[in-house]
Design a protein around this ligand. Structure first.
Ligand code: NAD
Ligand code: ZN
Length: 243
């Protein structure tokens, strides 16, 4: 991959950099994406991912939601951060202001060594009580999940991730929005850009005059607003930009 002079200049001069990552960045770690990029077990026992991972399913069949989440948590134990996650750890050290925003729930950025990660869709190893909202941190090895019930109020415990049909937690998205509106360089990596409001972040950065670069093997709905679309795999491209 040969980078444009414009990108090389932006990358060496930028003071404030924002990166938004999504399912595609973990594809090379063997984590299946929901829509694009390889083999997609995007159905669970015949249910499409947006049905099994939905607010409605939490109300109607929480047990099956947990079966699906525990399956994914178990699967993730075998997956390791890839060169794209590792490259972003170096970027965090390089830039004066660096913000990593992820839609992923898989913890691979943290496991790679990134220190400040804004997880706008939550974390697969956290759960919360549906009655009193108490949160529980799980170890990756806790499969099946625990606890099953809230130890304060005996309420049901559900995954603490943002499911289809749910709002983002307040505070987290606002922070991501604020950082996106105030950066020189914005990267959008491995997202099909169909999930709003996260997809608004690169649009916001662009409107505020940031240089916006997409990294994805496919053209997406975001490609047309980006200054550059680097077509390829994140794990191949990111380590070449800075080493
Ligand atoms: P998606 O599954 O719809 O799309 C993935 C995108 O990644 C596609 O555009 C694909 O072309 C691209 N891609 C595939 N391989 C890539 C690679 N090697 N390098 C760069 N890009 C690559 O995902 P989405 O719309 O980003 O996510 C939907 C939601 O599902 C997200 O909010 C996310 O939270 C959740 N999700 C998370 C995980 C995870 O935590 N790993 C996995 C699946 C879905
Ligand atoms: Zn409770």
């Amino acid at each position: 991959m040969i980078f444009s002079e414009a990108l090389k200049k932006k990358f060496s001069e930028a003071k404030s950099v924002c990166v938004l990552t999504s399912a595609g960045i973990s594809a090379e770690s063997g984590v299946p994406t929901f829509r694009g990029g390889g083999k997609n077990p995007n159905v669970w026992k015949g249910m499409p991912f947006d049905q099994i991972s939905s607010a409605r399913m939490v109300r109607e069949n929480l047990k099956e939601v947990w079966n699906w989440f525990d399956y994914r948590r178990d699967f993730l134990k075998k997956c390791q951060p890839n060169p794209a996650h590792l490259a972003l750890v170096k970027w965090e050290r390089k830039f004066e202001n660096f913000t990593l925003i992820t839609q992923n729930v898989d913890e691979l950025h943290t496991r790679a060594g990134s220190e400040n990660v804004i997880e706008i869709h939550g974390n697969i190893n956290r759960s919360r009580c549906v009655k009193c909202n108490k949160r529980f941190q799980m170890k990756a090895e806790d499969v099946p999940h625990k606890p099953e019930k809230c130890d304060d109020c005996q309420g049901e415990v559900r995954p603490d991730t943002v499911l289809f049909g749910e709002m983002l937690p307040t505070g987290t998205y606002e922070k991501a929005f604020e950082r996106s509106s105030d950066c020189d360089l914005f990267f959008v990596i491995g997202t099909s850009a169909l999930v709003y409001p996260a997809a608004m972040l690169p649009e916001t950065a662009k409107r505020e005059d940031a240089y916006v670069v997409e990294i994805n093997p496919e053209i997406t709905t975001m490609s047309s607003i980006c200054d550059e679309s680097l077509q390829g795999q994140a794990g191949k491209i990111l380590p070449l930009l800075y080493h």
